[in-house]
Write a protein of this length. Structure first.
Length: 249
């Protein structure tokens, strides 16, 4: 299924999806999140801090890894970014919305993202593929049921990141798997350290009819995995890579 550039997508206060790796805006002097500002304010801050696409020539990059490196630290509206990148570049859109009480309503935010995806689609983009993902269960449900074309991963961060919640989908792999299965999601992304510690979990996820993926900053944590313990997909270095298991017996 190839390689996809990992793009973190937020929605501004006036309902414009934007790409920004961080939830908190830089260099504002305040604890402002993307959903606290309008698109115009977001783009003005990007220009003031040198985070626009002005120094990102598209023709010189061809691989997802190169695009991730070029986009590191940038702040740009999603429609601008999708229109700029060639159709041969595929995206993993990690949706960060619906988790803030002050942000746009979840359904409205998801609708805004889908409008941009479909509006920026052209016949020359027929080869482009998109995978959605979110660590917010309700976002995964909404994005999956509102469109039939793009698969969705549920991203389970869990207790490694100090998440505490009465919603077991946020902290329990069993609950996350049942949630993903019952909502016809593509699979579940977990932390690579979890699979490295308990490789048998990969098959437990697959037995539910799901793909199992690993997010890791250090690919070495997965180096000892073999056979059925190897994940179906890995997010590393800003790229989602689907693994080739054709040789698995």
């Amino acid at each position: 299924m190839g390689s996809y550039v990992h793009l973190t997508v937020h929605v501004t206060r006036d309902m414009h999806p934007v790409f920004c790796a961080d939830a908190t805006l830089p260099d504002t002097g305040f604890d402002l999140r993307v959903e606290d500002v309008t698109r115009a304010q977001f783009e003005a801050l990007a220009a003031r801090t040198g985070r626009t696409l002005a120094d990102v020539p598209g023709a010189s990059r061809s691989s997802p890894a190169e695009w991730h490196h070029a986009l590191a630290g940038k702040m740009v509206a999603l429609d601008t970014l999708l229109a700029m990148l060639p159709g041969s570049i595929w995206f993993f859109l990690d949706l960060v919305c619906g988790s803030s009480p002050n942000g746009p309503a979840l359904n409205d935010a998801v609708d805004a993202i889908l409008r941009v995806v479909y509006r920026t689609y052209t016949p020359t983009d027929s080869r482009r593929k998109i995978v959605f993902g979110s660590s917010v269960p309700d976002v995964c449900m909404a994005i999956n049921w509102k469109q039939p074309n793009y698969p969705v991963f549920y991203i389970l961060y869990g207790r490694k990141y100090g998440i505490t919640s009465e919603d077991w989908r946020l902290v329990s792999l069993d609950a996350a798997v049942e949630f993903a299965r019952s909502n016809n999601l593509l699979g579940v992304l977990v932390q690579g350290e979890l699979l490295a510690t308990a490789p048998s979990l990969a098959n437990a996820v697959r037995e539910a009819g799901l793909l199992v993926g690993a997010c890791c900053t250090d690919y070495g944590v997965l180096s000892a995995l073999e056979g059925d313990g190897v994940p179906d997909a890995v997010v590393h270095g800003g790229v989602l890579n689907f693994q080739d298991h054709s040789g698995r017996t």
